[in-house]
Design a protein around this ligand. Structure first.
Ligand code: AMP
Length: 598
């Protein structure tokens, strides 16, 4: 096993975590800094800790967010900064706007926006108001957007005119809870009764709306995540999560006050919220926000010209940079970059080494998920890396490997190297508090006092965890979790489709790509024209990030005797792997799955 050894010479600043064993042994969540102490006894609000606390006094003039977009200037980048003082003022104004419209604590405020200033202002203003914020990924198609707005019973949505026209206008009457829609690009407030201009309301708002006196147990964030079956799950997080965001920002991302930090994740996903919005603001650092989509050449330019010191990105992005070639990277220098971390999918050992060769630093993998609300297992700056490993549990996190038994109990596996399900001992502050309207589904994620993550992993003999795979059928494509059921549903809505099954197929760049198998209703022919029509239908309904990249016609799909589609069997056949236990396969009628890939 090749290990990347670290010595004190590798540190440009002393890491926040230098004695792993001692810190873990003495760590106590109750003793973590109370960032909201000045709100009053027992009170806690993420936005207070992130922005109110920094909006006055010496930190007010520091740049909180630096928005970067393409331009014709010297660096080819246009940069707009928003200081902590300005961000605090805008957040207070938005709180006032919400209150003037009778939107209060517990009401749900959704965003469907790109990475623009209004997104950050809306999130922070709504959190200050005590409202529950749910960010939606702007590349979702109409169907995922409608499902989430409906399950989440959105009261308010902040979006753009184009997004509204394309995804909301047609279904507005099916969203009875949705009282107010703001559009950020309508300065004249002329879009009729259906929407209102964000900025006209902001201009008219007061600038000293007091913060809602929320407590650590009050709901703050609603993040949707995908399961194998049923509708997306709305994972509910509370204001107390702020302690986790702060501590992990310190230990896992090694944030120091003078850092220029860039998290490339979109706040429509949990990483972009916890570590693209909240954690950097808690630490008072300057965050880079790239308003554009991935572009290898621009990304190198941003790293160099903005003097990024800490970079948090994802394996797909790193693999796309690798693919873009070493010559492109050779044109840039990164003397200020001192720590690079990655999350969201397995980070292959080659990508870790690429970082060392090309950026001058290895990539530090870490692991967590929507439900955990914050980083749980990580490679941190002071410690050696075993490339391919996710690292060790952070202080305050207790991770273990278990086997689920048939009776529902779990058996803890103490032997290093043995694969099982990754489980966590509840007690960290950002643990989700429920799946909205799905109490039973939430309950089922716990057994014998442990939270079961749905990921298969193993631990080695020095306590590092290694990712093995998902225990379920969800798909990770370009870092985005995709529920096969949501895709199958959209496909079966097409008049030609009798049945659909969706799997993830390995891809060297994006991890997995979505592949669908469909059987057709009588009277439909499996030809190219129908295939194109199905692809267009899926893209229109689901958006490019979720829609299948390939659709294959099948004569039949394999089912269990109880009627469930056996996605695992389809996947094994697709990949030429052993089919495993097929004793429950339905043998009559439609048992064969000889897919006709076109
Ligand atoms: P999400 O809830 O969308 O953040 O996705 C969480 C899932 O992404 C986890 O349950 C894992 O399956 C996967 N994941 C996250 N981080 C890693 C990692 N470092 N290595 C492998 N898989 C990861």
């Amino acid at each position: 096993m090749t290990v990347i050894h670290k010595t004190a010479q590798d540190w440009r600043v002393t890491p926040n975590l230098v004695d792993y064993e001692k810190t873990c042994a003495t760590f106590d969540w109750a003793a973590a800094p109370n960032l909201c102490a000045e709100m009053g006894p027992g009170l806690c609000n993420i936005a207070y800790a992130a922005v109110d606390r920094h909006a006055h006094g010496p930190t007010a003039s520091r740049t909180a967010l630096r928005f970067v977009s393409e331009s014709d200037g010297d660096t080819g980048l246009s940069v707009r900064g928003l200081s902590y003082g300005e961000l605090g003022l805008l957040a207070r104004k938005f709180t006032d706007v919400l209150r003037s419209l009778d939107v209060h604590k517990g009401d749900r405020v959704f965003t469907l926006l790109g990475r623009c200033p209004e997104l950050y202002v809306a999130i922070l203003g709504a959190l200050r108001n005590g409202s529950v914020v749910s960010p939606l990924f702007s590349a979702f198609g109409p169907e995922p957007v409608a499902t989430r707005l409906s399950i989440g019973e959105a009261d308010v949505l902040i979006t753009t005119k184009a997004q509204y026209r394309k995804k909301i206008a047609g279904i507005r009457d099916q969203l009875p809870s949705l009282r107010h829609v703001f559009v950020i690009d309508d300065h004249d407030d002329d879009s009729g009764a259906q929407t209102m201009g964000f900025w006209p309301r902001m201009d008219a708002a007061g600038d000293d709306a007091p913060i809602e006196p929320t407590t650590a147990d009050d709901p703050a964030l609603l993040h949707f995540t995908s399961g194998t079956t049923g509708t997306p799950k709305g994972a509910l997080h509370v204001h107390g999560a702020v302690t986790m965001h702060y501590v992990t920002g310190r230990y896992a991302l090694d944030l120091h006050e003078d850092d220029v930090y860039w998290c490339t994740a979109d706040p429509g996903w949990v990483t972009g919220m916890s570590y693209g919005v909240i954690a950097p603001l808690l630490h008072g650092v300057t965050s880079i926000v790239d308003e554009g989509d991935f572009d290898a050449e621009r990304w190198y330019r941003i790293l160099e010209s903005q003097g990024v010191t800490v970079w948090y990105t994802a394996p797909t992005a790193i693999r796309m940079l690798i693919k873009a070639g070493a010559e492109l990277a050779a044109g840039s220098r990164f003397p200020r970059l001192r720590f690079v971390a990655s999350v969201g999918e397995p980070l292959n050992a080659e990508a870790v080494w690429w970082g060392k060769r090309v950026l001058g630093l290895p990539i530090h993998d870490n692991w967590w998920q929507t439900e955990t609300g914050g980083i749980m297992i990580a490679n941190t700056p002071a410690f050696d890396i075993k490339p391919g490993s996710m690292g060790r549990p952070l202080p305050g996190v207790h991770a273990t490997i278990v086997h689920r038994r048939d009776d529902g109990a779990v058996e803890v596996i103490d032997t290093p190297g043995v694969e099982g399900e990754l489980a966590l001992k509840p007690g960290w502050p950002s643990m989700f508090r429920g799946y909205l309207h799905q109490e039973e589904r939430y309950r089922k994620t716990f057994a014998d006092g442990l939270y079961l993550t749905g990921d298969m992993a193993k631990r080695d003999d020095d306590g590092r965890f290694w990712f093995v795979g998902r225990a379920d059928d969800v798909i990770k494509s370009a870092g985005h979790l995709i529920g096969p059921f949501e895709v199958e549903n959209a496909l079966t809505d097409h008049p030609a489709v009798a049945e659909a099954a969706v799997i993830g197929v390995p891809d060297p760049t994006v991890g997995e790509v979505v592949k669908a198998f469909v059987t057709l209703k009588d009277g439909y022919q499996p030809d190219d024209a129908l295939q194109r029509d199905l692809m267009a239908h899926a893209r229109k309904r689901l958006g490019a990030a979720v829609a299948p990249k390939t659709i294959a016609f099948a004569d039949s799909l394999p089912h269990t005797r109880s009627g469930k589609i056996m996605r695992r069997l389809l996947k094994a056949r697709e990949l030429g792997l052993p089919e495993g236990d097929t004793s429950t396969i339905e043998t009559t009628g439609s048992a064969s799955a000889t897919a006709v890939t076109r």
